[in-house]
Design a protein around this ligand. Structure first.
Ligand code: SF4
Length: 290
């Protein structure tokens, strides 16, 4: 029996059939499920006008975190890029909402930059996450559609596009960055900052997986005496274990694919248009969870 088409895929199909300008924004975990740079060729064939990574959004978030943590030394803070973790705090532990880092996620940060640089373009985020669909609803002016890698694969299968030839010269259109390509890994945020820059190197707790998160949150009053910053991702191993991933490979294999991609693209540095701080001028990345 054919798999039913999700409402978001229907929206995507409608957008791709329209004359509207559109941008595909790929979460960096895409390398686990799709070949690079072939996926860029495929997305161009689908009709996207620009194809970018979320990595520059992650770099922006890192910069916001570094500055905030250096200025706010008296409390413990919880990372907020993972919407499942944010929803958990908001709904089950609202007393800790004030501990969530008061900034948008990399997806929203990148969406804000794109909507500023390319006014009128629709932005489609493609990633491993289901709860990003709910997060995007809070930012309807920034993110137009969220689809998972599984949904994209289903769409490509229907369009018979997975087997087109790759153009090895293909590259992302703009505003990429390197270090944050490891963001979807457990501890990737802290590693990409790096920890020294946080001003609390020995006081960072990195956890992944819902059960581990719950353990920390249920004991937050005590734990927060010991740690200043919790770097948490709700899925096992981080976003590479997200429910919208296609791959069922072991976590170590997925980690290696992400690290290989970082290594490969670092060597191709001249191919990239690096996002710079001036690209964010006048844009607010603050978010209020209270
Ligand atoms: S860890 Fe899972 S729930 Fe959290 S942002 Fe990543 S894919 Fe989404």
């Amino acid at each position: 029996m054919p798999t039913p088409i999700s409402p978001d895929i229907q929206k995507l199909d409608h957008l791709l059939s329209s004359t509207e300008k559109k941008i595909a924004m790929l979460a960096p975990s895409f390398v686990v499920d799709f070949e690079y740079p072939k996926i860029i060729t495929i997305l161009r064939h689908l009709g996207f006008d620009k194809i970018v990574e979320t990595t520059f959004g992650a770099k922006i978030v890192n910069e916001c975190y570094k500055e905030f943590l250096s200025k706010n030394q008296s409390k413990s803070y919880i990372s907020s890029p993972c919407p499942t973790l944010v929803a958990l705090v908001e709904n089950k532990y609202p007393q800790y909402k004030e501990n969530l880092m008061p900034f948008v996620s990399p997806m929203v940060a990148m969406g804000k930059v794109l909507k500023t640089h390319f006014p009128g373009y629709k932005v489609v985020f493609i990633g491993p996450c289901l709860t990003k669909k709910l997060e995007a609803k809070k930012f309807p002016q920034v993110i137009d559609i969220v689809i998972t890698f599984s949904e994209l694969q289903q769409y490509l299968n229907n369009k018979n596009l997975r087997n087109i030839e790759s153009n090895l010269e293909e590259k992302f259109d703009s505003l990429s960055t390197e270090a944050t390509k490891i963001y979807p890994l457990d501890g990737g945020m802290t590693e990409s900052m790096p920890a020294d820059d946080l001003g609390c190197k020995d006081k960072i707790k990195i956890v992944n997986g819902l059960q581990n998160e719950l353990k920390i949150l249920s004991n937050f009053g005590t734990e927060s005496q010991k740690f200043r910053f919790f770097d948490c991702l709700s899925c096992p191993g981080g976003c590479i274990g997200g429910p919208g991933m296609i791959s069922k490979e072991p976590t170590q294999t997925k980690i290696q694919k992400v690290r290989n991609y970082l290594y490969q693209t670092t060597k191709e540095k001249d191919k990239w248009e690096e996002g710079k701080s001036e690209d964010t001028t006048g844009i607010s990345f603050e978010s209020n969870f209270n």
